[in-house]
Each structure stands twice: as C-alpha cells, then as structure tokens.
Design a protein around this ligand. Sequence first.
Ligand SMILES: [Zn+2]
Length: 388
Amino acid sequence: MTETWPARFIAAERYRRHRYAANHPLAIPRVSLTLDLIHSYAALSAEEYLVSRRASEDELAWFHTAEYIEAMQAAERAGKVSRASRQRHNIGNLENPYFHDFFTTPATATGGSIQAAEQVLAGYLAFSPAGGMHHALPDQARGFCFFNDPVLAIMRLRREGWRVLYLDIDAHHGDGVELAFRDDEQVLTFSLHMDTAYAYPFIGGGWRDWGVLGNALNVPLPKATRDGEYRWIFGQLWPRVLRAFQPDAVVLQAGTDILLPDPLGKFAISTGFFLELVEEVLHSAPRHPHGVPRLAVLGGGGYHPLTLARCWTGVWGLLSGRRLDEALPEAGRRVLQAVGWDEDEDEDYYPVLFERRVEAAGDGPPREAIRRLAGDLLEQHPLWRGMT
Ligand SMILES: [Zn+2]
C-alpha cells in the first residue's frame, strides 16, 4: 500500500511526569514511552506533532456534571480528595486514586481527543494515545477513567452533524460511551471485549445488549480469544456494520490490553494482528472528498508497557504512512530496556520482546461459541433490519 495521508500525533510532555501510586496498573510509562520509541525510529516530524490542549470546562460539561468537574478541580487545589467526593464521585480510592495534577492531566488527555476530532474535521488522520478513557460516567470516575474523552470527541463530530461509528477494541466493554449515546441514533457503538460475565465491568448484558434504539453492537468474547478467531468474527461483522450504518467518520478506541502479554487482559492477540486490524479500519473508513480516511484513533487500556509502546508505535506508522521495521533500532532497544520491566522474565516471549513483536497462539478455526455468537448477532441484531 503506497497511499499515504497527512496525520497528526497529539500528546503532551506532562504524561512523562504523570505517575500513579506504585501498586496501580497504570503506574507504568505509556504515552511517553510510545513517543520515545517513535522518536527512536525518527518517525515523527515537528509538523506532525500537536501539543494537547486542556479541555475547557464548557467542553467537559458537554457530558460531565458541573459538580463532578468542580470536585476534580477542588481535589487538585487541595492536594487530596474529600470524603464527600470519594463517596459521590468514586475518586480518591484504590481504583481511581489521587495523583498530582488530578484535574489537569485527565482534562489534557480529553482536550487531546477533542483535538483529534477537530483534526479529522480539518482533513487529517489523528492519534491521541492518552485518550480512550471509555468507562467514565457523567458524575463518576470508573475503571481508571476520569473524563470520558471518547464521548467528547464523538460529540465534537456530532456538533458538525456527522454520523459517528465508534469502534472499541479494548479488552473491556466500552460501557461509558455506549451509555452516553443510548438516545442518539446518529452514533453507533461497536465494542468487542472480554465477556463481562468474567471481566470488568462485570455488568454487561451480553450480545443482546443493543440498547433501545439498536445503536449498540456488543461482541462479548471468551477467554483466550486468538488472532484467527478475532479476525474471523470481525470479518463477519465489520463490512456489514459499515454498510448498514453508513457513518461519516470512525472513532477507534485502540486499547492494547487484548495483547497476549497484558497482565489484565485474558485474550491472546499478537501485535501483528492488532496492526492488521487497524490497517483494515484505516482502509475501510469513510473518506473526505480528497481521499483522506475520516478516522480518529484514541488510546485506551494497556498495562504491559513494552508491548503497548511497540503496538502504538506501529499504529502511528500505519497512520503516518511509514513502514516501521519490526526489529528495533538500537536507540529503541535502549528505550524499552530502560523501563526495567522484569515481570515477565519467566515467560517464553520475554527474550524476544526486544527483538520482535510477540507472537500469539495464532490462527485456526474459531471455537463453536464464537461461531454461534456471530450467527446470533447476524440473525437477531436490529442493525441489519432493512438491509438488502
Ligand atoms: Zn481495557
């Protein structure tokens, strides 16, 4: 594929200084490590890099309550979360702990995702890796997510009247985004995830959970879902979704916790297949008249820093039209080794993490449960009604 388009990478240096408490799954470098790895490939020009702005209070209020925004700001000013805010807004606890710049850092990640939507409106591809916080609710933090930037990015596109297809490939159900658009038939949320019968948030309604308007498509998958199975079911659904919904743009939440080594995810997906999936979305997304795909990519979960940084570097390579070698440049190898990640030392894939992308369990026919799931969705989901 020789076709290339202008792309923008949106981030901020503040993520380098941002740290959760040592025992939290997010106490790892993510955006800063990705940026360092991209630079080791010399794969980001000054023109392509946009400094993330902080979302304004007005923007946050498109989705979040004034009380919640104020509670986040008050916690940052006080240097701690009040007991009332902890109870009411689910912040300042083990799941959603207090950290320095408690309001400013998530508000900046959110601003970056709104910018990504604006870049797509202006004719660019855009990647906001600090975004993808898909669990946050209007009045509460949920699952490490404080402000729901995917919702606000979609709302920015909706303000221009665009129909938006939200595709969420994070290992977890994109429940907060689904909830936000349950009354907006101009938005379709399509989430493939670990079945919530065994995974966070543990409350999903399974594949029959398609909302009153039928504008949610949920694909709960079993443990150990591997490349061939994911490729098969995605291939069954994705072209039909595009045809049935006819979006003006796609917003992709690209959490990497579906990758095999991820400590919180239970799938066995390889980085190679993850990139194949992103490439498929890139080439099938709706386009501007001048040919640029209307695609905003946001970050998301991902708790294995080395595979996350390798994967998102590959995503940026695809969006920006660069073929980035699987073998790391010497500087890139040093960047990953400096993380000091030794939690997988006993795993088979550990020695090759610095040589190549991790291979997963691979291909093979889908298990019966996955075949049945696809059959049920294709037969019963209201999205296909009226399709010829
Ligand atoms: Zn996740």
